[in-house]
Design a binder for this molecule. Structure first.
Ligand SMILES: NC(=O)c1ccc[n+]([C@@H]2O[C@H](COP(=O)([O-])OP(=O)(O)OC[C@H]3O[C@@H](n4cnc5c(N)ncnc54)[C@H](OP(=O)(O)O)[C@@H]3O)[C@@H](O)[C@H]2O)c1
Length: 207
């Protein structure tokens, strides 16, 4: 069981929060709108608590479920409250048409978040390649991850497994750029090769 804080009260906060409660994790929700936080906590149930926006989250794992443009400002807002935390970046920094990334080729939102976060925090990229309704469906899909700290990744992997999903480590945080690119790949497949959004990227192994 993990102690999770989710910053944001939108679609992904609701979806990951519901899976986290079902998986037996302790969940805190932290939105900038206290009424939305309270409503989401009530919807999630399972003893979900509400945290104060900008104050130190209660969870050891902090999932940032905001739009990518807000990710670094939100990290700065929480500041030292994130010291020692595992920060999970689920954002997709898409360009306006969803055909490319809105970050330079030599970085990622996850790396920018790591630069803005306290030195003792560890950023792990995860979940961005999964459409929320696919996550909510509950099938044991693959969750690509990237991060520099092995212990932080082990913690996120244990959390992912508690949701009934498969963690797939892609390497250090520099790989977050390509995991973000995999988000663009899902958009292309949805438009062309698959033709709908009812699928996920995954790993097929031999034997
Ligand atoms: N939806 C998907 O299928 C999916 C899949 C994979 C990854 N993602 C990624 O997950 C993230 C969240 O997506 P979503 O679909 O959950 O979006 P959403 O439903 O629009 O929710 C966004 C949340 O971010 C909060 N927010 C926005 N700007 C903020 C700021 N400056 N400070 C504090 N909170 C702020 C919003 O708060 P208010 O309600 O107060 O505005 C809201 O709670 C995005 O980065 C997206 O790329 C989404």
């Amino acid at each position: 069981m993990s102690n999770i804080s989710i910053i944001g009260t939108g679609n992904m906060a609701r979806t990951i929060g519901a899976l986290a409660v079902k998986g037996g994790n302790t969940v805190e929700v932290i939105g900038r709108d206290a009424a939305k936080s309270a409503a989401l906590a009530e919807t999630l149930g399972g003893g979900t608590t509400v945290g104060s926006f900008g104050a130190a989250p209660a969870g050891d794992i902090v999932i940032l479920a905001v739009l990518f443009e807000s990710a670094v400002p939100v990290i700065r807002k929480f500041g030292d409250g994130l010291a020692g935390k595992i920060i999970v970046d689920i954002t997709n920094p898409f360009n306006a048409t969803g055909t490319g990334l809105a970050v330079p080729h030599d970085t990622s939102i996850a790396q920018q978040m790591a630069q803005a976060a306290p030195a003792s925090a560890h950023v792990v990229k995860a979940f961005n390649t999964l459409f929320r309704h696919v996550l909510a469906h509950g099938a044991p899909v693959d969750v690509f991850m990237a991060g520099d700290d092995a212990q932080a990744k082990a913690g996120v992997a244990a959390f992912i497994e508690s949701l009934g999903l498969r963690p797939r480590d892609t390497g250090d945080l520099s790989m977050a750029h390509w995991v973000e690119g995999a988000g663009v790949l899902t958009m292309g497949l949805a438009r062309y090769g698959v033709g709908n959004f009812d699928f996920s990227l995954g790993v097929n192994t031999l034997g």
